[in-house]
Design a protein around this ligand. Sequence first.
Ligand code: GLU
Length: 304
Amino acid sequence: MRTFSKQRRLIAAAAALAMLATACGDDGGDDGATDGGGEGESETSAPAEQPEFDEGTKMAEIQEAGVLRVGTKADQPLFGVEGPSGWEGFDVEIAKLIAEGIFGEGGGENIEFSEAVSAAREDVLVQDQVDMVVATYTINDERKELVGFAGPYYEAGQDIMVEEGNPEGIEGVDDLNGQPVCSVEGSTSIDNLREMAPDAEVVALDTYSACAEELSQGNVTAVTTDNVILIGLIEERGEFELVDNPFTEEPYGIGVPKEADEFRDWVNDRLEEIYESGEWEQAWLDTAGQVTGSAPEPPAVDRY
Ligand code: GLU
């Protein structure tokens, strides 16, 4: 069981600093679309000028429009939050790095973010309300019937969050049977819960922050979804803990319109570029890594 204590955070911060020091001492051997930058700056793979794309491609269309429309989460600390200083989190940083591949350096400014709750993610793509969804969005075959996925760019696992001290002694998914448990409509988390703990009393809400509120009020015994989402809520609220016994694999993809194969290929190329340049790692260290510590190896993209 973990509560991500202050001590853990300090260890995480020290590890992040050590990694940063290593990254700074290594020029990566890239030809570098970078001007070298100042001390302590990370390398950037984004060109200073706007890249060129063939006419008629979705990349060219987005560049022409001057805006990349991105659906993300607005209430998931560490991954996607709309806060007083704007949109923040690992998903937000990934979207900005994708935007730099279209608009050049500083391209994150050209993003129009909007909230896409779990159940809305396919709809906003199918109805052309956004160009992409970067929203703790698990790649799976059922969703591939409606949308396309670049990535994965991260692998999470479903876990369980309980009240601090774990009063009901929840050790794993089986213990959720017979308990009131909150998860979110339109998520893989709620499907897995129904399948793996069929006797749980499922409370289905729109967002994980609403589930956290139910747990805080004592209306449910547990909240279940991806570990990194729960870790963000634990960190923010300081009244819960993670069971830390993940029971699924959740590869996060970037949702794109189903028929946009060329765009999907390009987003995959761009992901490989930011893996290579160290920007993916830096995005992690700046966001989720502040709590979890050093970045994992990025997963290989799946060009299906
Ligand atoms: N990754 C899971 C999903 O895409 C759960 C997290 C979420 O709902 O955003 O359904």
